[in-house]
Design a protein around this ligand. Structure first.
Ligand code: CS2
Length: 502
């Protein structure tokens, strides 16, 4: 489905690309593969692959990437006919810049190319496996702090370890193949998590270790000795690309690119320096390597992602389609400032020579960037997987410090998420809720109706959304009840004004 009549981007077209679009500054085919990336969506293409592209241009090496999609053939169809090439378009303040990235060699759709993917994952030439599979792809229960054994997909992988379907299942099988092939020197592997989860590397380490322990003690031991799991904090706002974007950009670029990504100029990657293998010269591309990444993760998850989620649920209910519209709403703008300054801000650890207020201002400016339209519904997805690290963890900390007064905007986010699960905006427009637990959550909200005691009890006892510490707090329960009753009686707009008056 080529969207335009202009020629398709590919290796042979590369020399003909006009000067205004920068081409990758190296010959991609000169470099072998050293990285497998699982979950090759737009975010990876606009983030880790861009850092790797810069490192290849600067210092070379066999660091090209084989991307894998576990569930869909879309990206392989977009990129393989283009020899893995695609354009990264940065847009802000009316300015546009474009660059063709050559870091990706090819994309494997796991459903069709499972054994090829497992071979790449197990190859000693692959030193690094990086991950962007979204929160739900980890099959980890944050509130219990352990692998979600109830997950049907995890149960599948336990029963069929040689033909896995989950990301952890693929990692486990890759390790097993490496162990079985080991001669004198084991093929070590570094795994880097790039999803918005706190201590994401530790999470995947714990999930893989738990699975390995069920398989064999020998495998668990091999993984402990030969695989390191690095946490990382990733940041770049990357909206989904539409067919209209592809059409519009083709006219400007002079070629058709079905794999292009549109993003903001800002990007940041902080990685825990725990590699047991070599790595690309990512430092030269601006990556920061640190001993502990969890403070950076807290900073970003609570400030940017927490505010994003607040804007998303409040925004959808008030009829704002885009994040830049939501942040332009005076009430939402005040709420977000207060959320960052008085609520999440005080829970962020201090960094040397770092100005938190400036960071918060920069985030508001990034949200205001209307040149990259980011849908409130995109951020609203998978709330059951996002609220804990973004909203409920800082709230629990504030409660334990007896600072309940500074949690009203956090509470409003939780309440707007519950109201969002009614699948109807204030004006009565209907929408779909996308969440791995959608069925259960929608039923819970609809069965409870205006019986909010029931809603709270069900939420506490049948889901793992609310952390135990908050569930045990009578103050939290009473506050939640009051907020739910108020939004129900007054409607979202008046409710949010009331929140600001507290
Ligand atoms: C967003 C993130 O969709 C979401 O949940 O909050 O994807 C956000 O845009 C990125 O984390 C920015 O780095």
């Amino acid at each position: 489905m080529t969207a335009t009549s202009l020629p398709r981007l590919c290796a042979t077209l590369l020399p003909e690309i006009s000067e205004s679009t920068m081409r990758c500054e190296y010959t991609p085919s000169d470099h072998g593969v050293g990285i497998v990336h699982i979950g090759i969506g737009a975010f990876h293409r606009a983030h880790q692959a861009v850092f790797t592209d810069k490192a290849l241009a600067k210092s070379g090496g066999n660091w090209r990437i084989v991307g894998a999609s576990l569930r869909s053939a879309n990206v392989s169809q977009q990129l393989n006919p283009q020899n893995g090439l695609y354009t990264v378009i940065e847009r802000s303040a009316g300015k546009v810049s474009s660059k063709v990235v050559g870091a990706i060699k090819e994309v494997l759709n796991a459903q069709e190319k499972q054994s090829e993917l497992l071979d790449y994952l197990a190859s000693p030439k692959t030193k690094i496996v990086s991950l962007t599979v979204t929160e739900k792809g980890y099959h980890f229960d944050l509130s219990k702090g352990e692998i979600n054994w109830q997950s049907k997909d995890i149960q599948h992988d336990l029963a069929h370890p040689e033909t896995p379907i989950t990301m952890p299942g693929y990692l486990l099988r890759a390790c097993e193949k490496r162990m079985l092939a080991s001669t004198n020197t084991a093929a070590k592997l570094t795994v880097i998590s790039c999803d918005n989860l706190p201590e994401n590397g530790h999470i995947i380490e714990s999930v893989v270790h738990s699975l390995a322990a069920k398989r064999s003690s020998e495998l668990l031991e091999w993984i402990r000795n030969n695989v390191s799991f690095c946490s990382s904090m990733v940041d770049r706002i990357v909206p989904s690309v539409t067919q209209e974007d592809i059409q519009e950009q083709a006219q400007r670029l002079g070629y058709t690119d079905l794999g292009l990504v549109i993003t903001e100029p800002f990007k940041q990657w902080v990685i825990e320096d725990k590699f047991c293998t070599d790595r690309p010269d990512w430092e030269s591309a601006g990556v920061l390597f640190v001993k502990h990444v969890s403070d950076y993760e807290k900073l970003k998850l609570r400030t940017l992602n927490g505010s994003h989620s607040a804007l998303a649920y409040m925004g959808v209910l008030l009829g704002h389609k885009w994040i830049h519209e939501a942040i332009n709403d005076p009430v939402l703008s005040k709420l977000i400032q207060r959320l960052m300054q008085q609520e999440t801000g005080p829970t962020i650890p201090e960094f040397k020579n770092f100005d938190l207020a400036e960071y918060q201002d920069q985030i508001v400016k990034r949200f205001l960037n209307s040149d990259i339209a980011y849908a409130t519904q995109q951020v609203a997805m998978d709330g059951s997987q996002k609220l804990q690290q973004r909203i409920l963890a800082p709230m629990a900390e504030l409660y334990s410090d007896n600072k309940q007064a500074n949690t009203v905007c956090l509470m409003a986010t939780l309440v707007c998420w519950l109201r969002y699960l009614k699948q109807e905006t204030e004006r009565g427009e209907r929408y779909e809720v996308s969440d791995p637990y959608a069925e259960q959550l929608l039923k819970l909200v609809s069965d409870a109706g205006s019986n909010f005691e029931q809603l709270i009890n069900q939420l506490f006892t049948t889901t793992s959304v609310i952390p135990t510490q908050l569930k045990n707090s009578e103050d939290f329960k009473q506050a939640l009840l009051m907020h739910l009753t108020t939004i129900h009686k007054k409607g979202t707009a008046t409710y949010l004004e009331w929140v600001l008056s507290l």
